[in-house]
Design a protein around this ligand. Structure first.
Ligand code: KIV
Length: 272
C-alpha cells in the first residue's frame, strides 16, 4: 500500500523539500542495524535515522550521552549496506560537535567517509550555529533538532514537553528560522505543543519532522523499537504502537524453550 504522491527511486534531501512543497507528508523511522534497516527501507519509509537513541535501545544506557562517534559510525555503516531507497541521516553524538566548529566538521566528515551516510543531524539552535555552517560549507547536509534535545537532559532534568512557556517558544521559533537561514535541509521538533509545531512548519520552507509534535508538521519520526512495541516500559502519550512485539517475542522464546526441553525441536524434518 502506497499513498505517495510521487515515486522517488532514491530519496534525497532535495526530495524532502519537494515533498513539503507538494504537501506530501514525510515518513521517518530509526534503524541501527542491517536487518532492521532492510525491512524499514523495503517497506517504503522515506528517511531512516541512525539515531543516538541507539545508546538507549541497543546498548541499554539511560541517556543518549555515552554513545561514541565510532559506535555511531558502526551502526550507520550497517544500515547503509541495507538500503536501496531511503535517505540515511546519522546523529552526531554528544561530545562530537559541541566544543568547536572544527571538531564538529571533523566528526561529520568521519561519519560521511566511514559510514557512507547521506546527512548528519545535530541538536541545538544558535549555540551550534557556527558548527552547522562549517559542516554545510563542506557540502554535508545538516538536519537540526529542537524542542526536547535528549543530549541536554542534565540541563533540563526531565523529558517533559518543551516550549510551553512563551519565552522558550519564542527562542525555539528564532532557532528554527536561524537553522533554515543557515542552510539546514530539515528540522526534527521533539515533544513540543502541536500548535507551536504547526506555526513553525507553516513559517518555514524546509520540512519539520515531528515526534510528539502533533500532525500539523511535514512528517513524523518514531523510534522503530518503540512503534513495534519492543520497549514496553516506555509509554509516552505520543507513541502509537503498531505491534506488540514484546509479547509476541516473549511467547515465541517461551515456546522455543518448551520445545527444546520436551525434545519437540528439532523434529525429523529439521535435521540432516
Ligand atoms: O536519536 C533519535 O532516535 C532521535 C529521534 C527521537 C528523533 O533523535
Amino acid at each position: 500500500m502506497s499513498t505517495a504522491k510521487k515515486d522517488y527511486k532514491r530519496v534525497t534531501v532535495k526530495s524532502l523539500v519537494e515533498m513539503k512543497a507538494n504537501n506530501e507528508k514525510i515518513s521517518m523511522l530509526t534503524a541501527y542495524d542491517y536487518t532492521m534497516a532492510k525491512i524499514v527501507d523495503g517497506a517504503g519509509v522515506d528517511v531512516i535515522l541512525v539515531g543516538d537513541s541507539a545508546s538507549n535501545v541497543m546498548a541499554g544506557h539511560e541517556t543518549t550521552l555515552p554513545i561514541t562517534l565510532d559506535q555511531m559510525i558502526y551502526h550507520a555503516s550497517s544500515v547503509i549496506r541495507a538500503i536501496d531507497r531511503a535517505l540515511i541521516i546519522v546523529d552526531l553524538p554528544f561530545g562530537s560537535y559541541q566544543s568547536d566548529p572544527k571538531e564538529a566538521l571533523r566528526s561529520a566528515i568521519r561519519i560521511m567517509k566511514e559510514s557512507g551516510g547521506h546527512a548528519v543531524k545535530l541538536e541545538g539552535g544558535k549555540e551550534v550555529k557556527e558548527s552547522i555552517k562549517r559542516i554545510l560549507n563542506a557540502g554535508i547536509p545538516v538536519m537540526g533538532h529542537l524542542g526536547l534535545t535528549p543530549q541536554s537532559i542534565y540541563k533540563f532534568g526531565t523529558y517533559t514537553v518543551r516550549a510551553k512557556e512563551e519565552a522558550e517558544a519564542k527562542k525555539l521559533k528564532e532557532d528554527a528560522l536561524m537553522l533554515e537561514k543557515a542552510g539546514c535541509f530539515a528540522i526534527v521538533l521533539e515533544k513540543v505543543p502541536a500548535k507551536l509545531a504547526q506555526e513553525v512548519a507553516e513559517s518555514l520552507t524546509i520540512p519539520i519532522i515531528g515526534i510528539g509534535a502533533g500532525n500539523g508538521v511535514d512528517g513524523q519520526v518514531l523510534v522503530t523499537h518503540d512503534m513495534l512495541g519492543m520497549t514496553h516500559e516506555f509509554n509516552p502519550r505520543f507513541l502509537r504502537r503498531y505491534l506488540d512485539l514484546y509479547t509476541e517475542m516473549t511467547n515465541a522464546f517461551q515456546k522455543y524453550v518448551a520445545d527444546v526441553k520436551s525434545l519437540d525441536f528439532p523434529n525429523e524434518n529439521e535435521q540432516y
